[in-house]
Design a protein around this ligand. Structure first.
Ligand SMILES: NC(=O)c1ccc[n+]([C@@H]2O[C@H](COP(=O)([O-])OP(=O)(O)OC[C@H]3O[C@@H](n4cnc5c(N)ncnc54)[C@H](OP(=O)(O)O)[C@@H]3O)[C@@H](O)[C@H]2O)c1
Length: 328
């Protein structure tokens, strides 16, 4: 594994972090729980030390399982979690960045994770009904109380990022970034660079698209949420699969997998970028970790950047109602 610095003067974190994984695990489902533990254990063996979670993942079960799986390894890993992206009783998504909610959420996450302190605590989505200074101010109090070490934010605009960072220094911004989605290069990535904030790239494999394994909607399991995702709608998918062919061609020439090339391309964008691919499979995990050793030439990086130019990918990255709700 290779390591990159968290924020301007934070600790080293693995250049490839560990996303939540794609399979929702039900409590009591022992085989799935064993498989989850095995991936976390293997990630640790591979030197991955940057683990992502949220109180919104798998109805909060992810925090519980991650905490259990990391027992005995707590001092060797960085645990990140998030709050504020909530499920409303009617099944719709809601937001909550109110200070009292921040404190209550953190207590619950600490309990579920079974730890005394969360290393990186993110605001999962900005709540437009609350001044960002109030939300970050409450998170800063958690730092003061020793419940949280560092602060991060997801999907913030450059202006919100600056205001948040002014309220309390942030070490990480977590927002989508991949060959498939490069709009962030226009404004938010430069803002992170100016402020010394690590860019944690979520969905670095385009939610699986950049692995070359998804050619038609039928390649997705029947109950897979991506079936409702704009990027995977038949017409968009057809165009996206055409783009991925070029990634596959580069991968063949390098003797690597498309996923590895997609991750290597992201890593080549700067030392301040840390992708967190999600996987529930050991083989994929090992492959993703090995991407840190895949060197792309300047010409390959440029070529891929041209093929996957900004706006080349088809389909929005979320359903329109969510984009509007989150103001992203
Ligand atoms: N902050 C936020 O708002 C936010 C939003 C979305 C995601 N995230 C975080 O970012 C992480 C990554 O995003 P994501 O999981 O949605 O998307 P992703 O990492 O782009 O793609 C994950 C998909 O790729 C597959 N995959 C992974 N490695 C592979 C490989 N080497 N070969 C073939 N297939 C591979 C996985 O399937 P298998 O399980 O079968 O390997 C899964 O279906 C999440 O897990 C989560 O922690 C954060």
């Amino acid at each position: 594994m290779k390591y990159r610095q968290l924020g301007r003067d934070g600790p080293p974190i693995s250049a490839i972090g560990m996303g939540r994984g794609s399979e929702a695990i039900k409590f009591g489902d022992e085989p799935l729980e064993r498989a989850f533990n095995a991936t976390i254990r293997r990630a640790c063996e591979l030197g991955i030390n940057f683990f992502d979670s949220s109180d919104a993942y798998w109805g909060s079960r992810h925090e519980v399982l991650l905490g259990r799986a990391l027992k005995g390894r707590r001092d060797k890993v960085m645990i990140s979690s998030k709050f504020g992206n909530i499920d409303l009783p009617d099944g719709k998504k809601g937001l909550n960045g109110r200070p009292e909610y921040v404190y209550a959420s953190c207590e619950k996450s600490l309990e579920r994770l079974g730890v005394d302190v969360i290393d990186v605590y993110y605001l999962h989505r900005v709540d437009p009904a609350v001044a960002i200074e109030d939300t970050i101010g409450a998170m800063a109090r958690l730092v003061g109380q020793g419940k949280v070490r560092w602060l991060g934010i997801c999907e913030a605009s450059p202006e919100t990022l600056r205001r948040a960072h002014q309220a309390h220094p942030l070490v990480a911004l977590q927002t989508e970034y991949s060959l498939w989605f490069r709009e962030v290069e226009r404004a938010i990535l430069p803002a992170c660079r100016e402020l010394g904030i690590t860019y944690v790239a979520y969905a670095p494999l385009g939610r699986g698209l950049l692995t070359g394994r998804i050619k038609t909607v039928d390649d997705l399991p029947p109950n897979d949420r991506r079936r409702n995702h704009p990027r995977f709608q038949p017409e968009n998918l057809k165009r996206n699969v055409e783009l991925v062919k070029e990634l596959e061609a580069v991968a063949r020439r390098k003797g690597a997998s498309p996923a590895q090339v997609a991750l290597a391309w992201l890593l080549a964008q700067g030392e301040d970028i840390v992708p967190i691919p999600g996987t529930s499979h050991l083989r994929n995990l090992e492959q993703n970790a090995a991407a840190v050793d895949l060197e792309l030439t300047t010409a390959e990086v440029k070529h891929l950047g041209e093929v996957f130019a900004i706006g080349a990918g088809a389909g929005e990255r979320y359903r329109p109602a969510l984009l509007e709700k989150w103001g992203i």
